[in-house]
Design a protein around this ligand. Structure first.
Ligand code: 4AD
Length: 465
């Protein structure tokens, strides 16, 4: 590929001045005045379009090109001329244009502002709009920042499986995967479906979390993280739940809950700093068009010395004493709803808040049981505008206590024996958390709906393409 990225030309036009360059992209607009034509070309590398100027005398095919539809794919070669007195800082005096693919007249993205709802109907094209191309560039950049952060701290990146026999969260939200004929499955003598005849010889599904395998890896490498797609068959229609989302899950041996929170805080600050440094144009755009307080808020987070830390019990007290009428009433033992989380992080503290030590009944089986017998060493990180973006815990490292809790919950001990064995073969204090990547991106971009930060969202009742 010998094309120059439009972003590189905008970064340093002087370097290209007077020289011949070739760019490749899609026409945002095409105009002509009989002998001269103008193409605004965008290649997805940045917001900016390059203006290409065509003279009828010097461009063969001039008439065809100036009548091409918006969205046409073009490879344009020309000489870059600085135009300090014009609206755009430079333009390309075209010497050659190759039409890679003309765009039909019914191309739906014409030059006007479209609603996010309208754009959701065309996930295959919406990446070409300013808002969504910026969102997915940010997605790419933030992924890189996550890897860079963990790499700099000596973490090993583990690939945990997507197909699994373990329901990590024990919430029954696994998508089932089968090659059996579902209209007529084989059955055992007692009439239940005979999964021993299924592809894997047992019942399996799509992973809800890589944590359990992550824990086994932490017992080999000390510090690991996973970063991959995660699936939840959770009937939810909110703007922050998807059936397929990406999760980052670090797991650290020889680390307690306080150490877990430290890593989470450092990671969030690192990723925010990285995005602010490397995507200032995207952030300025989001700040202008989606959320006027965005940049201030991100600055505030990276400059906060310590995120606030409170216990669940303190959070319940704050909510009860708030004098507010919530849709879901608050009592010790209840799960925190988004309205509660947002009250705490937005109205009480105005910054990210770690809430720790939740009642064991509302948390997963693997969490470290606290000496009070009622709570577990769990942590959620709540952030303004969204609510929970991280859920984590110190893990139960006492095999007997773990088994007792699993029995209480009626879990099949035998199929988790490998997990229990990790406590028998050199178990260690260990902790980890899961960061919902889309929720983090919603926080960074101000995009309000998870359906827009996922390029191809899969949500309850919807799986386009
Ligand atoms: O709190 P969760 O369920 O925790 C776990 O899965 C643990 N196994 C993580 C760990 O300790 N390794 O999920 C973690 C995060 C949530 O805080 C949220 O940000 C995100 O994953 N998340 C979702 N994001 C989008 N759509 C959904 N349906 C989500 N469910 C969870």
């Amino acid at each position: 590929m010998h094309y120059t990225l439009i972003k590189d030309i905008f970064a340093c036009p002087e370097q290209y001045a007077g020289k011949e360059v070739t760019v490749a992209g899609w026409a945002r607009t095409i105009r002509d005045s009989k002998v001269i034509g103008f193409v605004q070309l965008n290649d997805g590398s940045c917001f900016n379009n390059i203006q290409a100027v065509l003279n009828k005398d010097s461009v063969a095919d001039f008439d065809r090109i100036v009548h091409l539809g918006v969205g046409s794919a073009l490879i344009i070669t020309g000489r870059l001329e600085l135009t300090p007195d014009a609206k755009q800082p430079f333009e390309l005096q075209v010497t050659d244009i190759a039409v890679e693919g003309a765009s039909a007249q019914d191309y739906p993205l014409q030059k006007k502002r479209h609603t996010m709802e309208f754009l959701r109907t065309m996930p295959h094209l919406r990446q070409r709009t300013n808002t969504l191309s910026a969102a997915y560039r940010m997605r790419s950049l933030a992924s890189f920042a996550i890897h860079s952060f963990f790499n700099s701290r000596g973490f090993v990146y583990m690939h945990t499986p997507i197909v699994t026999a373990s329901d990590c969260e024990g919430a029954g939200e696994m998508f089932q995967l089968t090659t059996l004929d579902i209209s007529n499955p084989p059955r055992t003598e007692d009439g239940s479906v005979d999964f021993s005849q299924d592809f894997f010889g047992k019942k399996v599904g799509l992973t809800v979390s890589g944590q359990l395998m992550g824990e086994s890896a932490a017992m080999a490498f000390g510090r690991i993280y996973t970063f991959g797609p995660t699936f939840r068959a959770e009937k939810s229609y909110t703007a922050r739940h998807a059936a397929e989302f990406w999760m980052i899950e670090p797991e650290m041996a020889f680390c307690d809950l306080a150490g877990d929170m430290e890593i989470a805080e450092d990671m969030i600050k690192y990723v925010l700093n990285y995005c602010m440094k490397n995507a200032p144009d995207e952030l300025a755009f989001f700040n202008q068009f989606l959320d006027n307080g965005l940049i201030d808020r991100l600055n505030n987070v990276v400059n906060t010395e310590h995120f606030k830390r409170i216990t669940y019990t303190e959070a319940i007290e704050l909510l009860k004493n708030s004098g507010k009428k919530f849709d879901y009433p608050v009592e010790w033992g209840c799960d925190l709803a988004t309205e509660h989380e947002r009250y705490i992080t937005e109205e009480v503290f105005g910054c990210p808040v770690f809430v720790t030590d939740y009642p064991k009944e509302i948390k997963s089986f693997y969490m470290k049981q606290n000496p009070d017998g009622k709570t577990v060493a769990a942590v959620d990180l709540l952030v303004p505008g969204i609510g929970e973006i991280i859920g984590g815990s110190q893990r139960e490292d006492d095999a007997d206590k773990l088994v007792a809790r699993m029995q209480e919950l009626g879990m099949d001990i035998e199929s988790y024996q490998w997990y229990i064995d990790l406590r028998r073969f050199g178990g260690a204090t260990h902790s980890g958390f899961g960061l919902g990547f889309e929720r983090l991106l919603m926080y960074i971009t101000g995009i309000a709906n998870i359906r827009d930060i996922l390029p191809f969202p899969r949500t309850t009742g919807s799986c386009e393409l």
